[in-house]
Design a protein around this ligand. Structure first.
Ligand code: SF4
Length: 445
């Protein structure tokens, strides 16, 4: 059970010495309660306090880093079951599976695909995370060669998939200093694989077909000195995965079974013809490292879009910076369209405006990231906000006319905006898809 800040405060030394980086012990207690500080930062805690606080203030799901450098990723460090309770912090990594039976050109092609894929959506660059090399050949030398090809073609995080410790060792010879994720430890090979993970400081996948053996295996691996673990729930179908991963998440965040407090791994390619569905449920239901066969372009776009939607903070709408934006090279007679700074609204309208090929201005006002309907209802979009934006962004020096197109859903404000700005208000369409026809008929007409 997680302790509240005041309960934690009672266990602190109350010196207010600032050595932990917080101005007071109470501030430090608040940070501990929200999982934003480590008890080790306070040098004055006695062993009893450390034992109590250590168990209750560490993140219920361990943060695990895979890879090094710019493309490395972190998974885990989650606190809630439902996204709306707080937020999800670390999005699942998606890695393309590569077989060591493929020829060099095919391996290099997939590596380049992962390295170069980029989808820009609502102002964010969405990327794939890495590759997972599988020892399908059963030959350690072939596995080592495949890993060497990956290493020669990109600087990407890797998963090394092999049951045979000799194959893992052959792969580690090429990437052992780059913190690959080893898949993995089982009942049969735990000692040898843990020794490799420890030697290379690599995180380790732990796989067992049921919770009891999984807990026992986690205990074994941690006793062997490997702290950064990722759980493979060995689910035979996507439905089983949802059931198991949901149970693991619930037990982990309740701190009921500390051995389940690790990120979850899912090799979706094992789901055969349901692999695409497996990837989707992996994203939706608490998967943290997801391995899939190479996806087509539309499949990749769908997966990254789904991931972005789930892993944006529901309490913080993605916002655009308010200001005056240009579409093309608008002149002094160009249309002036006002809308809110909810990024989805911005990028949707921007896309439709660009397709009209009519140069124009977008006046983006600050509604704290709320959509038009919500902002009107909440009073965040008002005549005052619009009038202030016109002044602040010197809109009157950009155009010679004084006509402002407002979103259809803001029509109740049209009169008030006219009074406050002295501009003529034109009520635009409710649906951004209709803006082209509106400009052709209402503006040009
Ligand atoms: S280091 Fe310890 S005693 Fe000093 S302010 Fe931080 S919590 Fe309090």
């Amino acid at each position: 059970m997680a302790l509240k800040a005041l309960d934690i405060y009672k266990l602190l030394p109350k010196k207010n010495c600032k050595e932990c980086g917080s101005p007071t012990c109470l501030t430090f207690a608040m940070k501990l309660a929200s999982g934003k500080a480590d008890i080790e930062l306070c040098p004055y805690l006695d062993e009893n306090a450390k034992a109590v606080l250590g168990a209750s203030t560490r993140p219920p799901i361990r943060l695990v880093k895979v890879g090094v450098g710019e493309r490395s990723f972190r998974v885990g460090d989650e606190f809630v079951f439902y996204r709306h309770e707080k937020t999800f912090y670390h999005q699942p990594a998606i890695l393309f599976r590569i077989s060591d039976t493929w020829d060099e050109a095919t391996i290099a092609g997939v590596v380049h695909e992962v390295r170069d894929f980029k989808l820009t959506r609502v102002g964010q660059d969405l990327l794939l995370n890495g590759v997972a090399v599988a020892n399908d050949s059963g030959d350690p030398a072939a596995f080592g060669r495949a890993v060497a090809v990956v290493e020669a073609n990109a600087d990407l995080p890797e998963v090394l998939i092999a049951d045979d410790p000799a194959a893992l060792e052959a792969g580690l010879a090429h990437c052992g200093t780059f913190r690959p994720l080893l898949d993995g430890a089982t009942e049969a090979n735990a000692e040898a694989v843990c020794a490799l993970a420890k030697k290379h400081g690599a995180p380790l996948v732990v796989r067992a077909p049921d919770f009891e053996p999984l807990v026992a295996l986690v205990q074994r691996c941690t006793a062997l000195g490997v702290a950064d673990l990722v759980l493979d729930l060995d689910a035979p179908t996507p439905a089983e995965f949802v059931e198991r991963s949901s149970a693991v998440r619930q037990l982990a965040i309740a701190r009921a079974v500390p051995e389940l407090g690790y990120p979850v791994y899912y090799d979706c390619s094992k789901a055969g013809e349901l692999a695409t569905a497996a990837l989707s449920v992996g994203i939706l239901k608490f998967g943290s490292v997801l391995v899939t066969g190479p996806l087509s372009h539309p499949e990749t776009v769908a997966a990254l879009t789904l991931r972005q939607n789930i892993y944006t903070d529901p309490q913080k709408p993605i916002q655009m910076t308010p200001g005056l934006y240009r579409i093309g090279n608008p002149g002094p007679e160009a249309p002036m369209l006002m809308t809110v700074n909810f990024s989805l609204t911005f990028f949707t309208l921007q896309g439709y405006l660009e397709s009209t090929r009519i140069p124009c201005y977008m006046l983006i006002v600050d509604t704290e990231g709320q959509s038009v309907l919500t902002a009107v209802a909440a009073g965040k979009l008002s005549e005052t906000v619009v009038a202030e934006a016109i002044k602040k962004f010197e809109v009157e020096s950009a155009v010679e006319h004084r006509k402002l197109i407002i979103p259809g859903y803001a029509s109740p404000l049209s009169g008030a905006i006219e009074d406050a700005t002295k501009w003529t208000v034109m009520v635009g369409p409710r649906d951004a898809a209709d803006i082209g026809a509106f400009l052709e008929t209402e503006w040009k007409g």
